[in-house]
Design a protein around this ligand. Sequence first.
Ligand SMILES: [Zn+2]
Ligand SMILES: [Zn+2]
Length: 368
Amino acid sequence: MPFRHPTSKVNWTNSSFLTSTAVLTFTLVPWYLYNYGIDLFQTVMFLVFCIITGLSITLGYHRLFSHLSFKAKWPVRLLTLIFGAATFENHVIAWASDHRRHHKNVDTDGDPYDISKGFWHAHIGWIMFRREIEPPWDNVKDLMNDPLVRWQQKHYVLIATMASFVLPAFLGWLHAGASGAICGFLISGVARITAVQHSTFFINSLCHTVGSRPYSTNCSARDSGFMALFTFGEGYHNYHHEFQHDYRNGVRWYQWDPTKWSVWTLSKLGLTSDLRRVPEEKIVLAEIAEARRQLGKRITCERQPISAKVSEMLRASDEKLHEWAQRWQTWKSTPNPERPDYLEEIRNALKETRRDIQRAFELVAIAA
Ligand SMILES: [Zn+2]
Ligand SMILES: [Zn+2]
């Protein structure tokens, strides 16, 4: 049932800010660009601000502070706290508390951005309206021990204003005086806030609506390579909900995930450590279990009966996946890394398993 927001519950601070930045971005900013244009310095500054503030949310607020998927030295924590605040998505205590609650209660009333209450609610409605009861920050006590986090919480509005508006205006002024300051404020300040905020909001709305669910259909989270392009790699949301403590969201090496590449690069520079990865065997077992669940559903679906021949083919695929699952279980419990061909065998089996899963789903598509 769609969620209804009574006007008496409007959060006026959040609503006015979100509305005014969005309105300025789609009125004043295009007018300014049409009349005054934009030079290379301002264009580069806009892109740099998008990347730094966007990564501060995905790498800092999300994967570091909310999920503890790696450890980071103080310069990384400090910078992600400063430029995370610059997105005006609240301080990290509130952000991480909501996010941990989202994972724990996904798709239910306890989920702050519950997609079952509608796309609008999950995207932005939950921020623009006050909640019945403000949930306590009792799930982020670990973060309160970090003095940098406490500092950010205490001075959040000042830090956000300085990093988001004053800094780009100041850099623009250094470059071209008063006109540079106005351009910096409008483009790298206002327009950038709108772009980065909606990129984050899309993870809560579109990434729970559009895409595939190769790891689990237990929740609404979806994998979408397309969404990953606009979200610094957070589009692989089905994987993320299944394995939330992995520092990677795009788990395959070729999947577009600039956040995971940044964490990895920082680890080579000694600035991050203890990167958490889910073992490959566990990931493949989840994929096999999900593929078998979906195949089983299709075989027994009475509303869309399939021919005996296709049914037979699907059952054969399912049987093969079952065999692979058993083999993976054995490997998982008795790994033998000292055997020289062990890793090679695992890699080949992995490729074959993924091919089997693909083939089984092609059969489902033909039968549909
Ligand atoms: Zn989610
Ligand atoms: Zn998460």
